[in-house]
Write a protein of this length. Structure first.
Lengths: 267, 296
């Protein structure tokens, strides 16, 4: 067996960790030995933090905070520095989703823009920028962007749906951050990668379906949040940077081969 | 087989300078009535130049990141021309951003670049789509993106690997570290491209994007701090500029694309990289969405 707690001594932030994938990622980081700051707009995040801490014995702090609000982002990062004395791992997980059909009303389109982009794009940008000084101060670090397999060359006909233009756009935008930051922070030993997942059993996925019930054919093949969390831990141990890491239902678990230089982000 | 553009109505955003002006003039030269907008006052002098081609033209000073301004341009175009057939989503801003920037600078960059390059194209696109769906006579949307988001071939396996290409041995790197906010605004256009192309194909509306490398334009000269007039260039600047693509060539590619008509390609990033001929090449195989998914 390898080291079960490779992240002892490390500090992580996970955004949007009150449920679903974020919760699973925070749990996995904590179980691997990291001290974790989690935040979410949902008040239950504090309870989730306490539960994870009880389960793993490692310190977890939960804050009610909205990644789309600058003051909240600054408060989370300041609190992380104060509580844990630094930061090693940022997981940009907080994200939101809704259908945004092209024939929506004008007012609806304006509201949809703010709803999706303030969290999925502006939130990732603000939180990352705010965390960079902490990561640099440690002399090394990891940023993990949670994306979608829509941004990988065709894996199925179900990607890039016609009625989710803004969600798709917000995730495509993350390619720039993964790609550009990985190159920029190479000398600082800050690695930047993205988890690009297919259907994973999360509240967000269930939100696609009436009463949150997955259709039987999907329920059979859907990935678990724990599977993705393991992939994240493998990625942190692996040390690669600048890659979109795919995970979809018919792919073997684990990390894919490292991509060749200039072919990491397939545009 | 090409279709005539004669008598169609187009909107070109960001048309006061550079590539946008070249697109507007190329459309006018093909008999298209052109509505133009820009944040610059000079836009108001462009209609007279366009009308010299024998078409109708109208202009607004408008910031596409502002919903009210977008409505003014789109509603005004419908009123002036009676309809819209073509949208060239060209308005864009570009300046350096650093991953080390503080939040004040970052939010200013976000407002300037994401809200113009992405929100502007989203708003213009959605306003025009509503009209195109109402008209039910097809339509064309062309988003202007960047080669930062496409490497050779996209993916590399599809690259024709031309002898002239400086990147034929190794794929050209995507992205540029000091343009992360700009790159994000442009990468995100893929989301609009694929969703819109899928949603609108049953209505014979095509959506494509131009992913251009350095083009001799107002924006690229401004980014590098080069003079806008060729006569003022240093020899070193002139040598660099000589490697850039011409905006007129780029405009011809857009014309060729539009002339494909409703049965032509859709959901494509048209990759115009330095080292490759600036022409409309054959469509690439679909890699992000499949033909079957486009056809529903």
């Amino acid at each position: 067996m390898g080291n079960e707690t490779p992240l002892v001594g490390k500090v992580a932030i996970v955004s949007g960790a009150a449920q679903g994938l974020g919760h699973a990622l925070a749990q996995a980081l904590s179980a691997a030995g990291a001290r974790v700051m989690i935040f979410d707009v949902q008040p239950r995040v504090e309870e989730v933090a306490a539960d994870i801490q009880t389960a793993t014995g490692n310190r977890v702090v939960g804050m009610v905070a909205d990644v789309s609000q600058r003051a909240d982002v600054e408060a989370v990062v300041a609190s992380t520095q104060e509580t844990f004395g630094g930061l090693d791992i940022l997981v940009n997980n907080a994200g939101t989703w809704r259908r945004t059909p092209v024939d929506s009303s004008w007012d609806q389109a304006l509201e949809d823009w703010d709803f999706i982009m303030d969290t999925n794009l502006k939130g990732v940008l603000m939180l990352s920028r705010a965390c960079i000084p902490l990561l640099k101060a440690r002399g090394a670090g990891d940023i993990i962007n949670v994306s979608t397999y829509y941004v990988l060359p065709a894996r199925s006909e179900g990607t890039n749906q016609p009625d989710t233009d803004l969600y798709n756009a917000s995730k495509w935008a993350l390619n720039a951050f993964t790609d550009d930051w990985a190159k920029y922070f190479l000398a600082d030993n800050i690695r930047v990668n993205a988890l690009c997942m297919g259907a994973t059993d999360t509240p967000m996925l269930r939100g696609f379906f009436p009463q949150g019930q997955l259709p039987p054919e999907l329920a059979e093949v859907v990935m678990s949040s724990e599977q993705i969390a393991q992939q994240m831990l493998d990625l942190l141990a692996d040390g690669r940077t600048g890659e979109n890491i795919g995970a979809w239902v018919d792919q073997p678990p684990g990390l894919p081969e490292r991509a060749a230089p200039n072919r990491k982000i397939s545009g | 087989m090409t279709v005539s553009l004669q008598g169609k109505n187009a909107i070109v955003t960001g048309a006061a300078v550079g590539i946008g002006t070249a697109y507007a003039k190329a459309l006018a030269a093909h008999g298209v009535n052109v509505a133009v907008c820009d944040i610059r006052d000079e836009i108001l002098t462009l209609p007279a130049e366009l009308e010299a081609y024998g078409v109708n033209a109208v202009a607004w000073i408008a910031d596409v990141s502002q919903p009210a301004a977008v409505r003014e341009v789109v509603d005004g175009t419908i009123e002036a021309f009676g309809g819209i057939d073509i949208l060239i989503n060209n308005a864009g801003q570009c300046w350096a951003s650093s991953p080390d920037d503080d939040l004040d600078k970052t939010l200013a960059d976000y407002d300037g670049m994401v809200n113009t390059n992405l929100k502007g194209e989203f708003l213009m696109g959605r306003a025009v789509i509503t009209q195109l769906l109402k008209q039910q006579r097809g339509g064309e949307i062309v988003n202007i993106a960047t080669d930062h988001m496409v490497t050779c071939g996209s993916p590399f396996e599809l690259c024709p690997k031309l002898e002239s290409c400086p990147w034929k041995a190794e794929p050209r790197p995507t992205g540029t570290a000091n343009l992360d906010v700009y790159d994000a605004s442009k990468w995100a256009l893929n989301g609009l491209l694929f969703a819109w192309a899928k949603a609108l194909r049953p209505h014979r509306i095509r959506v494509n994007a131009m992913c251009m490398g350095a083009t001799d334009s107002w924006m690229i000269r401004d980014f590098f701090g080069y003079p806008q007039e060729r006569a003022l260039e240093t020899p070193e600047q002139a040598a660099e500029v000589a490697t850039w693509m011409s905006k007129e060539d780029s405009a011809q590619v857009v014309i060729d694309l539009l002339q494909e008509g409703p049965n032509g390609r859709t959901a494509q990033n048209i990759n115009l990289c330095v080292g490759r001929p600036v022409k409309l090449e054959d469509p690439l195989p679909e890699v992000y969405i499949t033909k079957a998914s486009l056809d529903g």
